[in-house]
Ligand binder design. Sequence first.
Ligand code: BES
Ligand code: ZN
Length: 646
Amino acid sequence: MLRTLGLVSALALATAMGGCAMTASGSDMPPLPASATAPVVYPLDTHTWAQPDVAHVRHVALDLTADFTAHTLSGTATLDVQGRLGATEVVLDIKNLDIRGVADASGAPLRFVVGDNDAIKGQPLTVHFPALAAGGTQKIVVSYSTRPDAAALQWLTPAQTAGGQKPYMFSQGQAILTRTWVPTQDSPGIRQTYDARIVAPADLVAVMSAEHLTPQGEAAGSGLKAWRFRMTNPVPPYLIALGIGDLAFAPFDERTGVWTEPSRLRAAHDELVSTAAMVDAAEQLYGPYRWGRYDLLVLPPSFPFGGMENPRLTFATPTIIAGDQSLVSLVAHELAHSWSGNLVTNATWNDMWLNEGFTVYFENRIMEALYGKDRALMLQSLGWGDLQAEMAGLPPADTRLKLDLTGRDPDEGLTDVAYEKGASFLHTIERIVGRERFDVWLKGYFERNAFRPMTTELFLEDIRTHLVTTRALEDQLMMDAWIYQPGMPSNWQPPVSNAFVPVDAAALAFAAGGPASAIPWTRWSTQERQRFLAWRPPVPPASGRWFSDTQLADLESTLHLKTEGNAEVLFAWLQIAVQHRYQPAVPTLEHFLTTQGRRKFVLPLFTSLWDQHEWGRPIATRLYAEARAGYHPVTTGSVDAVVGRP
Ligand code: BES
Ligand code: ZN
């Protein structure tokens, strides 16, 4: 697989891309199923200004130039708008955009109004046009620029990249950030096809969550290149994604591969080769992969998430490159979203468990298929531990699967409830109806609802029509309790991982005063190490400390935690260290917080520091002042709320 690596920039690109039919008419994606074209009932989404029943965007055509000095994207978004007979306006979502003008296809100006700003939703952009004919389409051309502080975009200096020579930029749309770089109807129920022409400095490569139509780029004036893309499957706008940087590509097989900076390509390739087998396993489980290629883009360390399921091109944090493939469940997760999320999409952010809960379940099935039941159970058990810990601190209303996020930032729904309680619900159904029947239903659910918005209520309708057809089964499953009641229903059975029994015993022995040398650390997998470090005594000691400084020093040196390279293990250790005010770990903490910006790691550590008042707050303030400039707006937005803006 590595034979093209020496020539990646030019040759592997050509091999991987040019190998497929990239003619103007040929798409490598299978045709849309009937469900894609059946009429949609738009659900009420309180996080958009759009009124899709009046007029909705069907297609977005971007023509944008990336300015790495001004930190802007500017150009046009040409929207195909359809709507009801006689409609004379369309309402779009924008946030922090500079709108220069709006015109029709002939260039004639159209009247537009930018409404008042809502701190969460941004502004409505209402465009007026002549009354729509029956089935008619109106083209509107919005000329605009993004602002340097667009929340979806991060502009990196060369120093923030692995190569250190060239700048980089990338977008992150979910949940409602696409409106900070594309003026469109930014609601997950309003699916749109898109194409794009992106102009960037000629020494950089642009990639998108779409088919590459110009694998080598095209000359576009002095020192510039243009890259063209096309997404022929209608997608929710949060899945429109762009990355530009010094990128190279290495294939895993004919339909999968990885993009990243050249100096990181071999490591990324070797770490993530199992991607190809994962796609095969996922198809075996729940039906054809509908997006053509499945590639990964491994981003610089400031990427604020673990992964983002952008179609055809999952964006991923480099913190999964652990050297031993131990964190590849993240790829299984993002890949699973190609069905749960990208095909069948939560209609509103209140239904986010339909995306994330289904995906965590599906991810676990992929992991089981590739690595066996023991590994899958360990992952389930770690998830259950995370959920328990998180639920303890949530208001009961936020522990329901179906949320009400009206007036709140949809990010507030981003808890383990959507992920782990959602997955637990599906594991419960599977246990009760049996895997075989469950799999038939789930495969059918993806087929019946492909390319359609899904609400919790439509999910219930689907499962009651196709799987849960008897009163007895209905009573056993307790579906309404799972969805609409807080906490875990009485038919919940926590996953039991036998592999964790000795780990818990070792944790107990250590907590009771045993030496760290008795811990069989080197024989343990990453998951066992995570379990060990996440373990807490059932009854917290009055002091709030369950280990002494001497014990922590023993742990730190015996397990070589100062030089731990696995981000998950290091994070779990640093949480213990901070919660114990363990000063010797502060340099390790400083290094971790200033060399990656994944919110899942950064936010809890700053929160833990803040909770350690006179000890932790000065450290938090100092480290945040140092680290903040390197973080993505998604991460700073969250950490600012804890530590304050330096
Ligand atoms: N779709 C999410 C990321 C997301 C959710 C971004 C909501 C913005 C709003 C992605 O699939 C995800 O869940 N990523 C996780 C990793 C996963 C293995 C649980 C992450 O980033 O940590
Ligand atoms: Zn996810």
